[in-house]
Design a protein around this ligand. Structure first.
Ligand code: AHR
Ligand code: AHR
Ligand code: AHR
Length: 481
């Protein structure tokens, strides 16, 4: 059985079921998600390898070879057509064309399920999915349940990495107009014990960790690499639950009455579905989503226990974030441009500015050092790498406003994440492409001989499609110094 078969047996059927990693019904063999590639703007759908099975990631890898892919649609497996697509502008604009949010990279969150590769949805700030024209989700004070499997190590404090029920017009229409799972360490509204991240309920104009606004210490900080998160609600009763998606059972972090602050009892749920954003399209948050559902009716703890057992049996595990030429921590490397006409230029820096410069064996020692980089374990993720300046130890390549710069380590989580990059086989078929860990649609790219983290076909000038795959493919050699 799949999670939605178990919810059906419990009398609380799925009305939305989303996953890029696996079928959530044992009989489901249709499309799980759609990807679009930059090379020719065509799309393909990815289905399970077999009914009820794991997504056919190999089909994605073949389709996306030598280019970049975005996840354009996350299909609803429930049959109700509650698909998730690029979120439109609302109370806040997104960064993409016409105020839409960005779409997620198709390769930002690789995992295995029972040893078979699949990809989750890696939400960088600015990324979001939504469906405002829903069928069958809870409205008003009607009962519903939700779960989502997330990466408990990928979060931030911005508003709001959510999955669940929200406004149908993408605006803040008042307290109680949402009921969604929130995950992160935002402290503007509720908090739990410790410093976070926490599973909370986004009920609109408030992230709730319990009945009272503000701190509820029974809601623990949770950072399981694979996290099962649950929010469910019915008339004057709701709960937050969670656990390790890779083993064991669920715990209840809150179960009780609705908040007494005005507007939350009864609820005024509208039934739209959001992923990665707040109800009003607040889009500063980050997180990773693997699978999740919304139900009709309030699921019992017993039903959720069987769903949790099903998730554990799916055996989520980590897998490599890199490919191609192996990078070795402690080594010094150079990165040579491979774009025709620029092949004598190397990734270098002039102060904080990162550029390409012509370097030869007769260049000065100073220039050779400016074009040499010490590979270190990724400051924000040990499965990837950071690049320390040879002539300015303690300073690392990091992106800021999507410009690549050389900055001193300031000890912040933001810096560590901005300075973490995952090398992969070069998109042009030569060398290596260096993907931003935190924005996996983006790669080291030279553009007018300056360095950016660029996404193919994005909104900035340096995202231009012309010569993109060449500009992001670097010949890696031993450093000059
Ligand atoms: O409830 C927290 C956030 O407040 C909601 O997600 C958003 O709509 C509003 O800004
Ligand atoms: O480069 C994009 C973002 O710009 C970085 O993550 C952040 O540090 C800055 O605001
Ligand atoms: O960085 C040099 C060139 O500048 C790139 O190849 C091109 O994309 C841009 O015009």
């Amino acid at each position: 059985a799949g999670p939605c078969d178990l919810y059906s047996s419990g009398g609380t059927p799925c009305v939305a079921a989303h996953s890029t990693t696996r079928a959530l019904y044992s009989a489901f063999s249709g499309a799980l998600y759609q990807v679009k590639r930059a090379s020719d703007s065509t799309t393909t759908t990815i289905a399970p390898l077999s009914a009820g099975g794991v997504a056919n990631a190999a089909a994605q890898d073949t389709f996306c070879a030598g280019t970049t892919c975005l996840i354009t649609i996350i299909y609803d497996q429930s049959g109700r057509g509650n698909h998730l697509t690029q979120a439109p502008p609302g109370g806040f604009n997104g960064p993409d064309v016409s105020g839409y949010d960005n779409l997620a990279s198709a390769i930002g969150a690789p995992v295995t399920l029972n040893g078979q590769k699949a990809y989750g949805v890696f939400i960088s700030p600015g990324t979001g999915y939504r469906n405002n024209a829903v069928s069958g989700t809870a409205t008003g004070d009607a009962a519903e349940g939700m779960y989502a499997v997330l990466d408990g190590t990928h979060y931030n404090g911005a508003c709001c990495f959510d999955y669940g029920n929200a406004e149908t017009n993408s605006h803040d229409t008042g307290n109680g107009h949402m009921e969604a799972i929130y995950f992160g360490d935002n402290t503007v509204w509720g908090t739990g014990s410790g410093s976070g991240p926490w599973v909370m309920a986004d009920l609109e104009n408030g992230l709730f960790s319990g009945a009272s606004s503000g701190a509820n210490t029974a809601d623990p900080s949770v950072s399981y690499r694979f996290l099962t998160s649950i929010v469910k609600g019915e008339a004057n009763h709701w709960a937050i639950r969670g656990g390790n998606a890779a083993s064991g059972s669920l715990s209840t972090y809150y179960s009780g009455v609705r908040p007494t602050a005005s507007g939350y009892n009864p609820m005024s749920k509208e039934g739209a579905i959001i992923l990665g954003i707040g109800g009003d399209n607040s889009n500063g948050a980050q997180g990773t989503f693997y699978e999740g559902v919304m139900t009709s009716g309030y699921p019992t703890d017993a039903t959720e226990a069987s769903v949790q057992a099903n998730i554990v049996a799916a055996k989520y595990a980590t897998t490599s974030l890199t490919s191609g030429t192996a990078f070795t921590a402690g080594s010094s490397i150079s990165l040579r441009a491979t774009t025709s006409g620029y092949t004598t230029r190397y990734l270098a820096h002039t102060g904080a500015t990162v550029n390409t410069q012509v370097v030869t064996s007769s260049s000065t020692t100073a220039l050779k050092q400016q074009a040499s980089w010490t590979v270190v374990m990724g400051l924000g993720n040990s499965a990837c790498f950071s690049f320390e300046s040879v002539d300015t130890p303690g300073s690392y390549l990091r992106h800021y406003n999507f410009v690549l710069v050389l900055n001193a380590d300031d000890g912040t989580k933001q810096f560590y994440e901005d300075a973490t990059f995952c090398p992969q086989s070069g998109l042009s078929g030569t060398g290596s492409s260096i993907r931003s860990w935190s924005y996996p649609t983006r790669y080291f790219r030279h553009y007018t001989n300056l360095l950016y983290v660029a996404s193919d076909g994005g909104v900035d000038t340096f995202d231009a499609t012309a010569s993109f795959v060449d500009d992001v493919s670097w010949a890696i050699s031993t450093g000059f110094a």
